[in-house]
Ligand binder design. Sequence first.
Ligand SMILES: *[C@@H]1O[C@H](CO)[C@@H](O)[C@H](O)[C@H]1NC(C)=O
Ligand SMILES: *[C@@H]1O[C@H](CO)[C@@H](O)[C@H](O)[C@H]1NC(C)=O
Length: 480
Amino acid sequence: MAPSLHSLPTTVFLLILAVAVASAAAAASPSSPPGEDGIRVVAAEKRIDLTGPIVKVFLTLKVQNAASASEASYVLLAFTPTEVQHLAIVKATRAEGKRKKKTYVPLPVEPSHLADAPNGASLYAILLSTPLKPAETTTLELFYVLTHSLEPFPAEITQSESQLVYYRDSAVILSPYHVLEQATYIKMPSNRVESFTRVDPTSRSGPEVKYGTYSNQLPNSYLPILVHFENNHPFAVVEELVRKVEISHWGNVQITEQYKLRHGGARHKGVFSRLEYQSRQSISGASSFKNLLARLPPRVHSVYYRDEIGNISSSHLRSDSYKSELEFEPRYPLFGGWHCTFTIGYGMPLQDFLFQADDGRRYANLTFGCPLLDTVVDDLTIKVVLPEGSKSPEAVVPFLTEQHLETSYSYLDVVGRTTVVIKKKNVVGEHNVPFQVYYEFNPMFMLAEPLMLISALLFLFVTCIAYLHMDLSIGKSQAS
Ligand SMILES: *[C@@H]1O[C@H](CO)[C@@H](O)[C@H](O)[C@H]1NC(C)=O
Ligand SMILES: *[C@@H]1O[C@H](CO)[C@@H](O)[C@H](O)[C@H]1NC(C)=O
């Protein structure tokens, strides 16, 4: 681009173009190289909750932009490759306002495609609602969930043994930024802590181990730690869940849920003694489970629970105006590595779930996720079967899912029912949030089924008359 080859206006134009392209690239921030080196973490606190079967991490970051830097529109978060594999959800909020008027504004978090995260780490960008000005400080509250991150050790236990697990992490927070001061707290379910790595200063008080305070950690620091402790929480893993939601404009929403459940804890070794299990329940099979609890919407009716053998009656339903709780038992207690499959079904009143949008479309407002409490769903499929004649369906789910359309058939169906299929892997309780399926519907279709019923009845009626008439005439001819 030698200036001599162009007239002056062309050169100026090209220059402007180059600047525009460069600034556009900078504006598409999370995928562009970090122009935001000004960020540093002034203080960080990480609290890891290992009391359940799922790892929950609460991270508070006080970040500051350098006085000499430009405005920052995002803050990056780093995860190891193993963490990314097991990461079910990441949420971020930013504290705004002073003291009493403090509010927490939710911020979007998205995977960032920056190339230069070392050791295969993945970066996620927390998009700030208002950019962080030079020399400004803000506090971010982060929450994330890791599934399948507690490794049973020993991997096999007998009926009378307790379940011990390993958890691996880093004593310091993995961050692409300089971290001035930080501490990590690990909370375990009981005082039975077999061992933990020391990275001084490290201290333990009861079920909690504290790493730090550490100061002045360079970007991308990582100091591996391992904790080994007792966790007898039932590790209920739903390997596969298919939830079918059938919407009928005749007043009902019918739900059918097929579960394939596994005890994901330490594998059971040796023989199972039901006698020992029943007589010494407090110490025998401490990590096994025999009760399951499903949280369903209020006003459910016709609830059933069955497995491949048949209807199981050992279930209890409690309802109040906010929810219904279904407590039920599989046919046998579940030990590590054991499976069971079952189906839950129930009906719900249509008017609680079907509404009309401002644009005239109808929409079903349903709950995503799995009604069983404290479980991980490896593979979730939700099928929303719309009434026959529905058109242009659109599902609105507040996180990334895989979606496609199918056609299902039911009694008296002529053209079949449009079915919206939504799939997601690695689903936890935090995914139990409302989602909507919008669709267009012509009320004339409401008449299709009754008309078919009427014509079927009419046909039957006419056939009967014809038959009776025939029968009579035969009778007459025989009598004569
Ligand atoms: C299953 O058992 C429950 C409880 O005994 C009963 O209320 C329900 O009607 C049964 N359902 C079927 C389909 O047999
Ligand atoms: C869906 O239902 C939830 C509560 O059940 C409600 O908070 C939310 O506003 C509803 N969403 C829509 C779009 O109607």
